[in-house]
Ligand binder design. Structure first.
Ligand code: ZN
Length: 308
């Protein structure tokens, strides 16, 4: 009996200590002009992404300190604002918010904003973009957490963090909505140039040098192609597709967190992928536009398999 009692006490302690892991908390600021259906989807998606890619006090010491600071300052980790496109949606919070982003990452309290195009909300195909953008922006918060806030283009290549977010949001959309915009987005000639991607990849390392074709690395198609080529090269080294995506979506950011701030992200790249940046760019230089079909993610790939 005594033994059972001790076991029980140990179990109680164990379960309370597990339950006590504090999560990174978001505050949702959802505009009243949003359709109810979208709000429900938003809440579902946030539950799923936080379960699959958790951010909590055990993530690393940077997250733990950041959570302490933000909880003291505002009682939670980060604001998320969402609205159907309108002028000045939250005048009492911040003036003239525009566009979707994780915004002002250099400020003490960055936030996420989702600016939804009414035309997309009304269109059965593009509606998926208003859902997958939630995954995209949450993923930036995750990259920020793992890398100790070293994911902006002063610290990491833009093609890797934006291309990664684009590929991940499309894998998610395929899995949960059976809609796949990655192939069609990347097939559009006007969105990116294979010559620039394969021969001048370094331009895609920064926002302000990223080649512009009808807008700014339109929908991050060029960056997404580079990410898919990287995964393809990793697969040639006997790494499974799931593992390769895990390296791109998670391990790189953990490795990046361990190195100092600044442009010197190359050692983290080499530690993660087992090849130098120069070597990868050389391999990428051989890619043709038609290779896209061969390097798209497997149709049955699930985000849970990547992050498990
Ligand atoms: Zn982004």
């Amino acid at each position: 009996m005594k033994k059972i009692f001790i076991v029980l006490i140990a179990l109680v302690f164990y379960s309370t200590s597990v339950a006590a892991v504090e999560k990174f908390k978001f505050k949702y600021n959802l505009h009243e002009n949003l359709p109810k259906k979208w709000v429900t989807e938003f809440e579902n998606i946030m539950d799923i992404v936080q379960e699959v890619m958790p951010i909590n006090e055990n993530t690393n010491h940077w997250v733990k300190n950041n959570m302490k600071l933000m909880n003291m300052k505002q009682g939670y980790g980060m604001d998320i604002y969402a609205w159907k496109r309108t002028k000045n949606p939250f005048p009492e919070k911040r003036a003239n918010m525009k566009g979707s982003c994780i915004c002002e990452t250099n400020s003490p309290a960055p936030w996420v904003q989702l600016d939804l195009n009414p035309k997309d909300l009304a269109d059965s195909r593009n509606k998926i973009r208003t859902y997958s953008v939630i995954v995209h922006e949450y993923f930036h918060v995750y990259q920020r957490a793992l890398s100790h806030d070293k994911f902006s283009d002063r610290n990491s290549p833009k093609w890797l963090f934006e291309g990664g977010a684009k590929v991940l949001q499309e894998i998610y959309a395929r899995q949960y909505y059976k809609k796949y915009l990655l192939k069609s987005d990347l097939q559009e000639q006007k969105r990116w140039s294979i010559k620039k991607v394969s021969k001048e990849t370094n331009l895609y390392e920064k926002y302000n040098t990223s080649p512009q074709k009808n807008g700014f690395d339109s929908n991050y198609a060029g960056s997404a192609f580079i990410v898919l080529a990287l995964v393809n090269e990793l697969k040639k080294n006997n790494i499974s597709e799931q593992e390769a995506f895990e390296l791109v979506f998670r391990e790189f950011w953990i490795q990046r967190g361990k190195k100092p701030r600044g442009w010197n992200w190359q050692p983290a790249f080499q530690n993660t992928f087992g090849m130098t940046v120069t070597e990868f760019y050389k391999r990428l230089s051989k890619y043709k536009r038609k290779d896209l079909k061969k390097i798209l993610p497997n149709k049955s790939l699930k985000i849970q398999d990547i992050f498990s």
